[in-house]
Design a protein around this ligand. Structure first.
Ligand SMILES: Nc1nc2c(ncn2[C@@H]2O[C@H](COP(=O)(O)OP(=O)(O)OP(=O)(O)O)[C@@H](O)[C@H]2O)c(=O)[nH]1
Ligand SMILES: [Zn+2]
Length: 221
């Protein structure tokens, strides 16, 4: 049973999520890995996710008793086109390789632009090109710093019978929100730091404004 958690913005989203979700379909999808090999995780869809979005899980078996789990928020520019403005592409590549090697679950969450959507993210990029950092650009567009709410992720984990996890992230908000929804996080396993001259300011802003565990290497910034 899902812990009744209020989510991040209870004032605008009054329903607490306490209803369980259930899996809908399971299909095998062969995916190409960074090392040139292949893996065939199970792609899982769901009924009853609270936010109504088409999130998917990729389950790499065999999973450990306490599996490694990556919550990856959608980034069309980085994940699909390899944009160097952020670190999303390399993080996705890293997590797929790791999960294929040791087993675990990737939740691919349809939270483009930290929840503001693709067009708004591209508007925010234009403001960043004028000098605002990624969080100030959100605020200039009248959005909060980060709109993501992970209640559906908690529902997905419980539907997969995975209430206890090791979470692959540098983002403390992901762990805090999952815990508030009753997910037991045994350990936060940090992701790699994929810093380049093009994304250094983006990584710096994440460390400074949202507490990501990313070392600041000032000479690159
Ligand atoms: N609003 C906004 N969103 C961005 C920007 N750059 C990347 N994103 C989004 O940020 C999110 C990054 O997702 P993740 O990599 O899962 O999350 P994270 O907060 O970086 O945390 P970890 O990678 O788990 O440490 C994606 O939804 C991207 O689309 C930006 O400049 N503005
Ligand atoms: Zn990105």
């Amino acid at each position: 049973m899902l812990h009744a958690c209020k989510g991040k913005y209870p004032e605008t989203d009054a329903d607490s999520v306490s209803d369980p979700a259930r899996t809908r379909a399971v299909v095998e999808v062969p995916v190409r890995l960074a090392d040139g090999g292949w893996s065939t995780p199970k792609m899982v869809t769901f009924h009853g996710l609270g936010d109504g979005l088409e999130h998917i899980a990729l389950v790499f078996e065999p999973t450990a008793a306490v599996p490694l789990v990556r919550l990856h928020s959608e980034c069309l520019t980085g994940d699909v086109f390899g944009s160097a403005r952020c670190d999303c592409g390399p993080q996705l590549t890293e997590s797929l390789q790791l999960l294929a090697t040791e087993g675990g679950i990737l939740l691919y969450l349809r939270q483009e632009g930290r929840g503001i959507g693709l067009y708004n993210k591209l508007d925010a990029y234009r403001l960043q090109d004028q000098g605002l950092d990624t969080f100030a650009a959100n605020r200039e567009l009248n959005f909060p710093d980060d709109l993501r709410d992970y209640r559906s992720a908690a529902q997905m984990l419980l539907a997969l019978d995975t209430p206890r996890i090791r979470l692959h992230t540098n983002n403390p908000d992901k762990a805090a929100q999952l815990r508030a929804c009753g997910i037991d996080i045994e350990e936060a396993v940090p992701t790699g730091i994929f810093r380049t001259s093009r994304n250094a300011q983006y990584l710096r802003a994440k460390a400074v404004h949202s507490g990501h565990t990313i070392d600041l290497v000032e000479e690159l910034i």
